[in-house]
Ligand binder design. Sequence first.
Ligand code: FEO
Length: 162
Amino acid sequence: MKQSLLNTLNEQVNREFYSAYLYRSAASFMASENFPGISDWMMAQSEEETEHAEKIVKFIEDRGSRVSFLAIDAPEADFNSPLDAFETSFKHEKFITGEINKLFAQSVKEKDYAAQVLLQWFVEEQVEEEAAVGLLVEKFRLAGDNSAALLMLDSEVGTRKN
Ligand code: FEO
């Protein structure tokens, strides 16, 4: 694998671990705000992000290279509301999609076919993630400050299964 692609994949490992950290932070905040369902959803998402990071780590190792584990930035710790947390997630997922697309373009340019197969999985995954989080943003937007609606949504998202 070319060093340039390895460097970008390393950065993506870091971004996926950061994503796990961000969702973990949101899970903790939501638990403190008495939204156990949303907290569980964020926790499940955090675990999924760790799996994303590990998927790239394994790929790099299988290709006979070493991973550079870079420092992970501190995630946001406070959110104004469940809607704010999901809007933050949505914005972050759009950023990740952009980075995955750039990585895919790089793998095409560098004619790395194995990386293209790996990244194709991530391209599809981002479509799913944006759709799922985008829908939740809309639902929480509709709920507004209505306590009954928020409690119902908390129960609904808490039933998420990975
Ligand atoms: Fe691993 Fe949510 O992107």
